[in-house]
Ligand binder design. Structure first.
Ligand SMILES: *Cc1c(COP(=O)(O)O)cnc(C)c1O
Length: 365
């Protein structure tokens, strides 16, 4: 069986260095906000082409801390894609803000800039592009609208470490960007971890306070903050793995290009192939009108798949107040998407097998 994602295999190439890093922290006697976090913040900011990185507890907290730092009045509106992982929208709700849901572009499955302007009101304060599956949203158009209406662009880059837009890693960030280092992400810790990346010095300074009880100096509390700190062990793990992020993204890209070139099943819609080198291929998401049969066929031929995501957010119980809303593009995406295995430890032989089996699919076998 080719597993969809085997975290033991993913971390195997880094095992010795990760174990050294953890041991270093254990023996240091310093476990929260120390030199490992500082080093990671410096290096990850540089990797992203930004001035500041603030390590936090997880990706959801990163989004929430950005929204908290901007201090928008309660009831302000934030434009979000209707098809995303629920965390993007939860961050908005959690701050007492109102998510304004937008249908995605049906081809890229990303925020559709042409729909943004018609939804802007005097309450709108921010746009939240989500670089879903590892591909950057159309940042030029989004930034242009945000400038015209004086909105903040807060990006959810939890699936897009290292993705570029017009050859720039910085261009995907917007005013502030949230990253997650959940173990399955392109850069994964051994537990929960996240970061805010921004080039706005005031915002960075405020979030540095907020993640630590609103304080940078012991017992001096400037803001009503929270506790969401990246810990030293996770930072040390991330320091050990960061140098391999770019080469691993390249391997993902190599596999994605083979899928794009060699998969030729007519009923299957592949992701857009227009700029494969800018995409970091966190997930390779195809669409099939009879998804369950396709998934079962792959399973019978030794290939495990996954669905990101089976149920749109407005159909989740958590958001039942939006149940009457209709988002036909979003709903169709959630009915049809299937993620094929794609990760840096997949071998050429496994990729051959996946392509061969997918191309053999027919409803009769
Ligand atoms: C993983 C993810 C998050 C949340 O990250 P956590 O670290 O699990 O809190 C947010 N948005 C998207 C799109 C994600 O994929």
């Amino acid at each position: 069986m080719i597993p969809f994602l085997d975290l033991k295999q993913i971390n195997y190439p880094h095992q010795a260095m990760v174990e050294d890093a953890v041991q270093r922290v254990v023996r240091s006697g310093w476990y929260v906000l120390g030199v490992e976090v500082q080093n990671f913040e410096k290096d990850f900011a540089a990797f992203c082409g930004a001035d500041h990185c603030i390590g936090v507890g997880n990706g959801l907290d990163a989004l929430q801390l950005i929204l908290q730092a901007y201090d928008f009045p309660k009831g302000s509106e934030v434009i979000v894609p209707a098809n995303t992982y629920i965390a993007s929208v939860l961050s908005v709700s959690f701050l007492g803000l109102t998510p304004i849901w937008l249908e995605p572009d049906p081809v890229t499955m990303l925020l559709d800039p042409s729909l943004i302007e018609s939804r802007i009101t005097e309450k709108t304060k921010a746009i939240m592009p989500v670089h879903l599956y590892g591909r950057s949203c159309e940042m030029d158009a989004i930034v242009q609208i945000s400038t015209k209406y004086d909105l903040k662009v807060i990006t959810d880059a939890a699936q897009a470490h290292g993705a570029t837009y017009r050859d720039s890693r910085r261009a995907i960030l917007g005013d502030a960007s949230a990253f997650s280092f959940y173990p399955t992400k392109n850069l994964g810790a051994l537990g929960d971890a996240g970061a805010v990346v921004t080039s706005d010095p005031n915002l960075a300074e405020k979030i540095r306070h907020l993640r630590n009880y609103g304080s940078l100096k012991k017992y001096v509390n400037v803001y009503k903050g929270t506790n969401s700190r990246l810990d030293e062990i996770q930072a040390a793990v991330l320091n050990a793995k960061l140098p391999f992020l770019a080469p691993e993204n390249n391997r993902r890209c190599q596999i994605a290009k083979r899928y794009l070139n060699e998969i030729n099943l007519p009923a299957l819609t592949l992701p857009p192939a227009d700029r494969p080198d800018e995409d970091v291929w966190h997930l390779f998401v195809v669409r099939h009108p009879q998804r369950e049969m396709f998934i079962n066929f792959l399973e019978r031929h030794g290939i495990q798949t996954n669905v990101h995501y089976p149920l749109p957010i407005h159909h989740q119980n958590a958001y039942r107040e939006y149940r009457h809303h209709s988002f036909p593009i979003t709903e169709q995406i959630h009915r049809e998407v299937v993620s094929l295995p794609l990760n840096p430890v997949l071998s050429d032989i496994q990729v051959d097998h996946i392509i061969e089996v997918v191309n053999q699919y027919s409803e009769n076998n």
